[in-house]
Design a protein around this ligand. Structure first.
Ligand code: SD4
Length: 340
């Protein structure tokens, strides 16, 4: 677990946050700091550091980007202290943990599950949907039935900290599902377990064959309506990959990302020649332009990786962190340049 507050303080000083620098081999891209043409993995938020490390174990041995992103996001999916991803996530307002996830490969194949209960690794169920069915998306009961048929174990246990947070919420049961904003005084307080009420992992990887894949997985908004699905399992919204161009993923208020088909938009902008950061910025600007008043009070962040291994991010609010891992180094960056 990393302390995001500390990161924000450091980033306010303009200090990039670097962890465990590996030996630098070969030329680095002056803009991005990563090696041109070599494998790279990037992912949202501070837990992306550990997730990237797992993905890197696949990439560094010449493995496929698809395997890298699946194995990478397993890390937060199984972290008992992570209450925004996987079965340890905060439940919905009825006390049920419902998970959303999707995955996409270099051939444009994709799979997705939404409102899936009781399964520890929704990303792997999403992959099975992609590989074992003629469909893209399975939801709710049907997704669970498919997972069980595929041999996934049913786990029916609410994480104690998540249960505590839910019971606390039940005292007022005020239905205002909010996504935290890191830098605002009106940001919701951290919930028990020292957690904010969101933080999806979106991960993008480029492998040594030059192929891209991505994964996105979340327990969604804390205390949401039962059945509410965000952007994370929606191909084109929470994640999109086009192996000719690049990939993008998102985090934040899913409804706004869906309304603007955010990740698809970022990839299409990169196709038109935008840099990853400029493409993310333009997608953020669309959200702001459509609903300027709403945008002031929400967070949405996009992360993008192009075919050359260049990456970038942009968020409505300051404080969006993302992790980068390539042969040169492993680092956590705080997005200082945001709209607000
Ligand atoms: C959702 N986009 O369910 C997700 C939540 C999230 O950072 O990403 N939080 O809307």
């Amino acid at each position: 677990m990393y302390n995001r507050r500390k990161f924000i303080r450091l980033s306010a000083l303009g200090i990039p946050l670097l962890y465990s620098t590996k030996s630098i081999a070969g030329a680095l891209n002056a803009n991005t700091g990563n090696q041109v043409g070599s494998p790279i993995v990037i992912s949202t938020w501070n837990f992306g550091i550990e997730a990237n490390a797992a993905a890197w174990n696949v990439l560094k041995n010449g493995g496929r980007a698809l395997d890298a992103v699946e194995q990478g996001v397993w890390v937060p999916e199984s972290d008992p202290q992570n209450h925004s991803i996987g079965l340890n996530g905060y439940p919905d307002r009825d006390g049920k943990v419902t998970l959303d996830a999707c995955i996409m490969d270099e051939q444009g194949n994709c799979g997705s599950v939404a409102a899936l209960e009781f399964i520890a690794h929704p990303i792997s169920v999403a992959r099975r949907v992609m590989e074992k069915t003629p469909h893209v998306m399975l939801v709710g009961e049907g997704a669970l039935q498919f997972a069980l048929e595929q041999g996934f174990e049913k786990v029916n246990k609410l994480n104690p900290e998540s249960e505590k947070a839910w019971k606390e919420w039940l005292k007022t049961a005020k239905y205002k599902p909010v996504i935290n904003i890191e830098n605002k005084s009106f940001a919701p307080k951290k919930l028990p377990g020292n957690q904010y009420n969101h933080d999806t992992i979106g991960m993008l990887a480029l492998d040594s064959k030059g192929n891209l894949s991505g994964a996105c997985t979340t327990s969604g908004m804390a205390f949401k309506m039962h059945g509410r699905v965000g952007d994370s399992p929606i191909i084109g919204a929470g994640l999109y990959i086009d192996n000719e161009v690049g990939g993008a993923t998102s985090t934040g208020v899913g409804e706004e990302v869906i309304r603007n088909v955010g990740s698809f938009l970022v990839v299409e902008l990169m196709r038109q020649g935008y840099s990853p950061e400029d493409a993310c910025k333009e997608a953020v600007m669309r959200i702001i332009k459509r609903k300027p008043e709403t945008a002031k009070e929400i967070q949405v962040g996009f992360l993008a990786l192009n075919k050359k291994g260049e990456y970038g991010a942009y968020a409505i609010q300051k404080g969006f962190s993302y992790a980068v891992c390539d042969a040169a180094d492993q680092k956590l960056l705080i997005k200082g340049k945001s709209f607000y």
